[in-house]
Ligand binder design. Structure first.
Ligand code: BGC
Length: 477
């Protein structure tokens, strides 16, 4: 039994936001989307062999029908912030006619207005993402983010979204994790469009995503000058697997530059730059350079943190500057093989994000943690028993990461809110339904919602606006 040490109360700043994050495709099970396969992702999941456990998101958590019940859960958990994403494929099911104004699907507008209004009625601060990984099929059919038109298609959608929902949204996020998206879609090939090692495709998408972000930022601010707009970056500290090995250090440099820094740096400076010698490649060079209206388009910092990565060089020809992620962890890993590394969270908040600390007018940007969470693996067809409810590992992850967050705030990080990923178990992309991140368990065969131990722990933290030092789990074991 671990020694019981005295636990100290660590309070968070007044008005701190405690919330949960979600995304539409992972929870909604939107009936229109299922019946018409309106997005690249619903088409992808209908293709055999794409999802690890052969599940689909066709029902997901049936959030579309059950969000009233889920909002009640948020109330019970004392959450004062909630992040959703808009289903672009549902809101824009057909390609807009050239020269004609874009009109959002009225049924889709009613649904999101109802959902957002119910959050606002409860006094919940709303975060709304415009692109969380799924493209309308008409856009993916013309090349998705590789098509230069994607930037203006996205901005048109943003403009209509702010017209329809602007009065109900506190924080806008244009894009979710652009680098995670292009990595999976163009390098690992695990997500649509499913290309492998297509770095040029990935970089091309990044260029148009930056253009789309800049245009969307402007469209939102034109209609709502006081709006708070950003994009969610996935920040992952990279560490050379063998610290003294210059080759491991080299790939660590490239991975960190491209995955963490390249996108926010482009926004900060208003121009896209690739690292040398990649920047010397003619096709890549053509993508680099200034982007109109991009500079400083980040009213706050939105960061998603899960883990760090150990990087190693792999001997092969032609040389791959990015190397690979090591499969030999140094700390405990979760069911997806990700190390638990709360210190990386602290480092990210205190040091990693420093270059993006200031707005153009010199004011300090607030930071919101828009995702942080822990998965456990249970098959989607499990129906009975209290499996996965006593989720001590998740509680431990949550507590240690909140301790790191508290320390980061004490050491000067301007963090104003934390959103746990995720409220509910949900569809974890290529991993399917089996990898579960929820504070709340979904029994998929019945869609029953059951609070896990972590939900109770988190509710207590949110209610008291603070956490005890030390670990509840260790003290109980
Ligand atoms: C994404 C989520 C995803 C989560 C856990 C983030 O990269 O935004 O959609 O479910 O991580 O993998």
């Amino acid at each position: 039994m671990a020694a019981i040490t005295e636990r100290k109360f660590l309070g968070f700043p007044e008005g701190f936001l405690w919330g949960a994050a979600t995304s539409h495709f992972q929870i909604e099970g939107h009936p229109e989307e299922l019946s018409h396969r309106l997005s690249d992702w619903s088409q992808w999941t209908a293709t055999a062999g794409k999802i690890a456990d052969a599940s689909t998101a066709d029902l997901a958590c049936q959030f579309f029908e059950r969000f009233g019940q889920d909002m009640e859960i948020c109330r019970d958990l004392h959450l004062n912030a909630f992040r959703i994403s808009l289903n672009w494929p549902i809101l824009c099911p057909v390609a807009p006619e050239p020269g004609q104004p874009l009109v959002l699907d009225p049924k889709g507008v009613i649904y999101y207005r109802e959902l957002l209004a119910s959050l606002k009625a409860d006094g919940v601060t709303t975060f709304v993402t415009l692109f969380h990984f799924t493209l309308p099929h008409w856009l993916s059919a013309k090349g998705g983010w590789n098509n230069p038109e994607s930037a203006s298609d996205f901005a048109n959608f943003a403009e209509q979204a702010v017209t329809a929902f602007g009065d109900l949204v506190d924080f806008w996020l244009t894009l979710n994790e652009p680098l995670a998206y292009v990595y999976q879609g163009y390098v690992s090939g695990l997500w649509p469009p499913g290309y492998k090692h297509d770095y040029l495709g990935a970089f091309t998408s990044i260029r148009y995503m930056l253009e789309g972000h800049a245009l969307a930022y402007k469209a939102i601010h034109n209609l709502r000058p006081g709006a708070k707009v950003s994009f969610a970056m996935h920040w992952r500290p990279f560490v050379p697997k063998t610290r003294w090995n210059p080759f491991d250090c080299m790939v660590t440099y490239f991975r960190n530059y491209v995955f963490n820094r390249m996108f926010p740096q482009a926004v900060q400076l208003g121009k896209l730059s690739f690292p040398y010698p990649i920047s010397k490649n003619g096709a890549v060079k053509a993508l680099s350079g200034p982007i109109l209206g991009l500079k400083g388009t980040q009213d706050y910092i939105a960061v998603n943190y899960y883990t760090r990565e150990l990087s190693c060089f792999k001997f092969k020809w032609p040389i791959d500057l990015f190397g690979v992620a090591s499969d030999k962890p140094e700390f405990e890993v979760n069911c997806l093989g990700w190390e638990n590394f709360p210190d990386g969270f602290y480092q990210t908040l205190v040091n990693g994000l420093k270059p993006f600390k200031y707005n153009l007018d010199g004011s300090v940007r607030p930071i919101y943690v828009t995702e942080n969470g822990f998965p456990t693996a249970f098959n989607a067809d499990m129906e009975e028993g209290d499996w996965s409810l006593a989720d001590d590992l998740r509680v431990h992850y949550l507590e240690t990461h909140l301790h790191a967050l508290h320390r980061a705030i004490k050491d000067g990080a301007n963090v104003k809110g934390y959103l746990y990923w995720s409220l509910l178990d949900n569809f974890e992309w290529a991993e399917g339904l089996k990898a579960r991140f929820g504070l709340v368990r979904i029994t998929y065969p019945t869609q029953e919602r059951t609070l896990r131990k972590s939900a109770h722990v988190y509710a207590d933290i949110a209610k008291k606006n603070g956490i005890l030092s030390g670990s509840m789990v260790e003290n109980e074991i």
